[in-house]
Ligand binder design. Structure first.
Ligand code: AP5
Ligand code: ZN
Length: 228
């Protein structure tokens, strides 16, 4: 079971990934989360990635391919995994195919979350995340239980805390309108072409991600149940 959760920034990869993880018992591997952890820890990779990520650019193929190569060799990936944010270029897709072929495996499903660009700015600029778990919230669509608004109906930052741990939430440095424009450019220019690479294998399932989260989840479930 090797799944790719595919879609633009704000499509819902990080929202639905953990639910698929719970359901199938295989880990969600988010290159974005792994890179953000490297930035926080100040590792060599983190130092190289920090400015690129903040501006909404793509980190080099070598770095992310290396991260995934190491990660999928770990014990918990033995029965499969869910990729979130990888592959993002044709070179990454080909490197992934090669790694998997060496183990006699291949990508078994690509779930494509389809959303028009026009709705993504609101999703991205309203997102708050719990850093250590990667859980995401939204001021309008998925507010934390603790959220309080000020007189102008803006959330009061100190009240933005994680439902499970009570720890503070934060906003991502790349969740600005300017960085989103760049992220969308690389999504359409470099990432979307990967779909044509997987389509001949009959593994791509499109899901309408421009609806409420429950509706999206229902379609994801249906796409997973449908035979490849
Ligand atoms: P990454 O972390 O992968 O970011 P991304 O692809 O831009 O995707 P997002 O995390 O922004 O979106 P999501 O789909 O997870 O949305 P979410 O579910 O949170 O990558 C970050 C950066 O790292 C890249 O720009 C790049 O620099 C680098 N990087 C990572 N991987 C790389 C790679 N392979 N190669 C090179 N560089 C790489 O939802 C968003 C918000 O909307 C949330 O607040 C959520 O609550 C809300 N929401 C979700 N669904 C709905 C809905 N149906 N209705 C209303 N609101 C919703
Ligand atoms: Zn994400």
């Amino acid at each position: 079971n090797i799944m790719i959760l595919f879609g633009p920034p704000g499509a819902g990869k990080g929202t639905h990934g953990p639910k698929i993880e719970d359901m199938l018992g295989i880990p969600q591997l988010s290159t974005g989360d792994m890179l953000r952890a490297a930035v926080s820890a100040g590792t060599e990779v983190g130092k190289k990635a920090e400015a690129i990520m903040k501006a909404g650019g793509l980190v080099s193929d070598d770095i992310v391919i290396g991260i995934i190569r190491d990660r999928i060799q770990e014990e918990d990936c033995k029965f499969g995994f869910i990729l979130d944010g990888f592959p993002r270029t044709l070179a990454q897709a080909k490197a992934l195919d090669k790694m998997l072929a060496d183990e006699g495996a291949c990508v078994t499903k690509v779930v494509e979350l389809e959303v028009p660009d026009s709705v993504l700015e609101e999703r991205i600029t309203g997102r708050w995340i719990h850093k250590s778990s990667g859980r995401s919230y939204h001021v309008k669509y998925a507010p934390p239980k603790s959220m309080k608004l000020d007189a102008s109906l803006k959330p009061i930052p100190e009240t933005m805390t994680d439902d499970a741990t009570g720890e503070p939430l934060m906003q991502r440095k790349d969740d600005t309108a300017a960085a989103l424009t760049k992220r969308l450019q690389s999504y359409h220019g470099e990432t979307v072409p990967i779909l044509a690479h997987y389509k001949p294998n009959g593994v791509v399932r499109a899901v309408n991600a421009n609806q409420g989260m429950d509706g999206v989840w229902g379609e994801i479930l249906a796409s997973l149940q449908r035979k490849a």
